[in-house]
Design a protein around this ligand. Structure first.
Ligand code: ATP
Ligand code: ZN
Length: 291
């Protein structure tokens, strides 16, 4: 199927919830390749990497057996199927949670109420482990898909399924009881090519690109103007302000400061900056950040 054994091979989901964001992530990493529905694999134009399109259920096994060198799948599959693979990176997309839900009108309110009940799921291993840990005795039945239908059909009183916004559950009149775990897309590999120096070098190069994209996503580039005397306060507010670029503004006593702020504390930080007297703040997305 593939063309060259010297290339790195990466398996990704052919068609599903992870596909678009995976392709977007690879393109942001400056990999150039063609991809369309019928394509079985693509060879990157500017990197010795082959991208193989498969069902997400096959990715763990392919990586474990060395059919491919790398794969992108949901962490949920690692928890459930436990292929012998190594996780290299969390990719910060494909976020979802595995949750326990019951019909809205159910009298099950808390976890303990699930004792003696039947739970339908496509994630029996994760469910059993969680129930055991929580000391709940419920019967778990595995069904192939469309888990939400199980309570309507009367085959289960609760379900365990993946959910990202909860809207599908709500649409099916289901209410979440508790979360089992959070998941996101991850990059996995095996140890089959350790020792093959050329492939290891390629992986190192690829990881540098991936990490560059991930750090860029986590930070924003910020330019701001502030009176000189509040600079000590700024240093406290922006932890990343260890080696900022500072220049004098034409307006006397004012500085122009350029730095990066972490995305998850971005708004908090901006509010604090406004409060201490920073004027004009300009925010730019970062395309790549290599540290
Ligand atoms: P395939 O045809 O490749 O077997 P699938 O139907 O098994 O696909 P999808 O529903 O496309 O799989 O989900 C793929 C992955 O997307 C999941 O394993 C999970 O990691 C992630 N995901 C993100 N959000 C959700 C969600 N709301 N529901 C289900 N999976 C989600
Ligand atoms: Zn699947």
């Amino acid at each position: 199927m593939t063309t060259n054994n010297k290339n790195l091979k990466l398996a990704i989901q052919k068609q599903g919830r992870l596909t678009d964001e995976t392709l977007e992530f690879l393109r942001k990493s400056s990999l150039e390749f063609e991809s369309y529905q019928q394509k079985l694999f693509s060879l990157c134009r500017n990197f010795p990497l082959e991208i193989v399109y498969v069902r997400d259920d096959d990715i763990g096994g392919f990586v474990e057996n060395g059919v491919v060198d790398l794969g992108i799948i949901g962490q949920n599959i690692l928890y459930e199927v436990r292929p012998k693979v190594k996780k290299l990176l969390n990719l910060r997309f494909g976020f979802c949670s595995l949750v326990i839900a019951v019909p809205k009108e159910s009298d099950v309110r808390r976890l303990e109420d699930l004792n003696e009940k039947i739970i339908a799921t496509t994630y029996p291993v994760s469910t059993q482990n969680f129930l055991k840990k929580s000391n709940v005795q419920a019967k778990v039945i595995k069904i192939g898909g469309s888990v939400e239908i199980a309570p309507v059909l009367g085959i289960a009183e609760a379900i365990v399924d993946l959910s990202s916004t909860g809207s599908t559950l709500a649409l099916n009149d289901l209410r979440i009881i508790t979360k089992i775990y959070d998941s996101e897309a991850v990059l996995i590999t095996n140890d089959k090519f350790s020792g093959q120096t050329s492939k290891e070098k390629l992986l190192e190069k690829l990881l540098l690109r991936f990490k560059g994209v991930l750090s860029a996503k986590n930070y924003k580039y910020v330019m701001l103007n502030a009176p000189e005397e509040i600079f000590p306060k700024l240093k406290k507010i922006v932890p990343g302000l260890k080696s900022p670029n500072i220049s004098q503004l034409i307006k006397k006593g004012w500085l122009s400061v350029q730095t990066v702020i972490k995305e998850d504390v971005f708004w908090e930080t901006v509010e604090k900056l406004k409060r201490v007297g920073v004027s004009k703040i300009i925010v730019l997305p970062i395309e790549k950040m290599i540290t």
